[in-house]
Every structure is written in structure tokens, then in C-alpha cells.
Design a protein around this ligand. Structure first.
Ligand code: GDP
Length: 297
């Protein structure tokens, strides 16, 4: 929660000063609000939507006092984050669940898998990790370190080998060892986007062929500190695979929590997990109420 309140304080503070430091609601106010929202990574389309909705509400409710806008804004943002209350992890209740992690290098895929392995293991689940990022130097060893720490097996091949083959092996191992959750790392090199997307599709096909209903989740990992770049990555990955949710990492390192709102509005995807640091415990299911509370405390 401390990470969240830090990330949100910027937006709140800035909005607060717009709403309290004025005597009337005018064009200046709307313009300044736009700047603040865009500056907090809410993104242009979502900002335009929010400001337009605010104008409508001001008119409909005949609001005259700028100080009343804070509450309206919190309602409008809550409205955007309204979702179908999906669970943070969609697990198969009677059989193995396969979770694929996708995203570009450096966003925190391997770290997130390590943290989640730790959490699931603590809940008493039998977990296996698949070292499917065979491209990034050190990714396999890094995953093994997390696996050892969490006490879960890691299935790997040599660096440079075919990720789909690693995932295939991991599925066989997970079946043989009756694992409940298989967490699969994948490569995120963007130097050759076309190849990467083909590789991901191949991984996808292997998973679908080997286990009915799989993958149970495809989590796209995005680095919150990269702002609108992250939005672009989401669009690129979304074209190759059917993403089911977002992991937003490094929220501890930015005061721009607004990207959470942009993701929901522009991509229509739920933020399922947030990363608030580098340690095993620094992964939390995204909690809308907590986020809103942090925004408007
Ligand atoms: P990958 O290439 O996507 O697998 O990225 P890594 O898992 O190797 O993460 C890249 C760097 O980001 C590492 O130094 C991680 O420790 C760091 N990292 C990952 N998640 C978080 C987070 O939530 N907060 C912070 N501060 N650092 C993170």
C-alpha cells in the first residue's frame, strides 16, 4: 500500500491544487486538469474522455464550486476501473493451470514469475517454472535462483534453444509431477518483432495442443515507469496473443499511477497484479478500492 500511495500522491496532489485553488469552474481549470492527467500518464484518449465526462457531470448536476469536482473525478475514475471483478489468477480447479508471461526485455517478467511462484508455494500449491526466455543472457539462471529460493522446480534447456521446446518439456514434467500451476517465462527481445511474435504464437500452439483450455492466463508484463511506451507494447503483443491481463511492475519507482486508468480504458484489459519492488513479497493483486483510496485519500 505504501508503494501505491506514493504512486498516487502526485496525481492527487496536483488535482487537489487545481480544484481548491480556484473560485470558479472555467476553461482554465479544464485545461490544467488535462495537463495534470496527461502528465500522470493517464494518456491522451483517456484524459479527453475523463474531462469530457466531467464537463457533462458539471452541467447535469449544476455544479458551481471547483471544490466539489474532486468527488466527481473519483466517481468517474471508479467508473472507468469498473470491471467484472475477475480474479487475479484464473486457475483451473481440477487439473493443471498454465500461465504464460509475455512482455519486452527488462519489464520484470522473470522477477514477477519468481514472486508469484513464492506466493503460490506459500499457499500450498505445487508449482513448476518453465525457463522459456532462452534468449536474454542470464534469464535462465535468474529463474533458477528464484526457483531455488521458492523451493519449486525449474524446467530448462540451454540458452538459445527453442522456447516452444522448453515449454513442451515443462508441460510433460508438470503432468508427470502432477503440478497444479505451470508458470512460463518467454523471451522479450524486440530487435526482431516479427520473429518474436511468431515464436510466441508457436509457444501458444504447443500449450493449446498439450492441455485443453490452456493457457489459463496470458499475463502481459508492463513497466509502469515507461508510460506511453508500455501502452504501445500492449498493442503490439495484443496482436500476436490473446492477453488476459496485465502485470504492472515498478509502480514503486514512479509517481505516475495514471497508467492503470489508461490500460483499463484504452486496452480494455484488467490490471491483475502490481509490482512494488524487487523482493519476493513485492507483488500484490491489484485492488481497485485500494487504488482509488490512494488516489483520493
Ligand atoms: P525481464 O527481462 O522481463 O525478465 O525482467 P527482469 O525480471 O529481469 O527485471 C528487470 C529488472 O527490473 C530487475 O532488476 C528486477 O529486479 C527489476 N524489477 C522487476 N520488477 C520490479 C518492481 O516491481 N519494482 C522494482 N523496483 N524493480 C523491479
Amino acid at each position: 500500500v505504501s508503494g501505491l500511495s506514493k504512486t498516487s500522491s502526485n496525481l492527487v496532489g496536483a488535482m487537489g491544487s487545481i480544484f481548491t485553488g480556484r473560485s470558479k469552474i472555467d476553461e482554465d481549470l479544464y485545461e490544467e486538469l488535462e495537463e495534470v492527467l496527461i502528465g500522470a500518464d493517464v494518456g491522451v484518449p483517456t484524459t479527453m474522455h475523463l474531462v469530457e465526462r466531467l464537463r457533462q457531470e458539471v452541467k447535469a448536476r449544476k455544479i458551481k464550486e471547483p471544490s466539489e469536482l474532486q468527488l466527481v473525478m473519483s466517481e468517474l475514475i471508479a467508473e472507468l476501473l469498473e470491471d467484472d471483478d475477475e480474479p487475479s489468477l484464473q486457475l483451473n480447479q481440477d487439473g493443471m493451470s498454465i500461465i504464460l508471461f509475455v512482455g519486452v526485455n527488462g519489464v520484470g517478467k522473470t522477477t514477477t514469475i519468481g514472486k508469484l511462484a513464492h506466493k503460490l508455494k506459500q499457499e500450498g500449491k505445487k508449482v513448476i517454472l518453465a525457463a522459456g526466455d532462452t534468449f536474454r543472457a542470464g534469464a535462465i539462471e535468474q529463474l533458477e535462483t528464484w526457483g531455488t529460493r521458492a523451493g519449486v522446480d525449474v524446467i530448462k534447456q540451454q540458452a538459445g534453444s527453442d522456447p516452444a521446446a522448453v515449454i513442451y518439456d515443462a508441460i510433460q514434467a508438470a503432468k508427470a509431477r502432477q503440478a497444479e500451476v505451470l508458470l512460463c517465462d518467454t523471451a522479450g527481445r524486440l530487435q526482431n518483432k516479427v520473429n518474436l511474435m511468431e515464436e510466441l504464437k508457436k509457444v501458444f500452439r504447443v500449450v493449446q495442443r498439450e492441455v485443453p483450455d490452456a493457457p489459463h492466463e496470458v499475463l502481459l508484463v508492463l513497466d509502469a515507469t515507461t508510460g506511453q511506451n508500455a501502452m504501445q507494447q500492449a498493442k503490439t503483443f495484443g496482436q500476436a496473443v490473446n492477453v488476459s491481463g496485465i502485470v504492472l511492475t515498478k509502480l514503486d519507482g514512479t509517481a505516475k499511477g495514471g497508467i492503470v486508468i489508461a490500460i483499463r480504458h484504452e486496452l480494455d484489459l484488467p490490471v491483475k497484479w502490481i509490482g512494488l519492488g524487487e523482493k519476493a513479497d513485492d507483488l500484490q493483486p491489484f485492488d481497485k478500492e485500494q487504488f482509488l483510496h490512494a488516489l483520493f485519500q
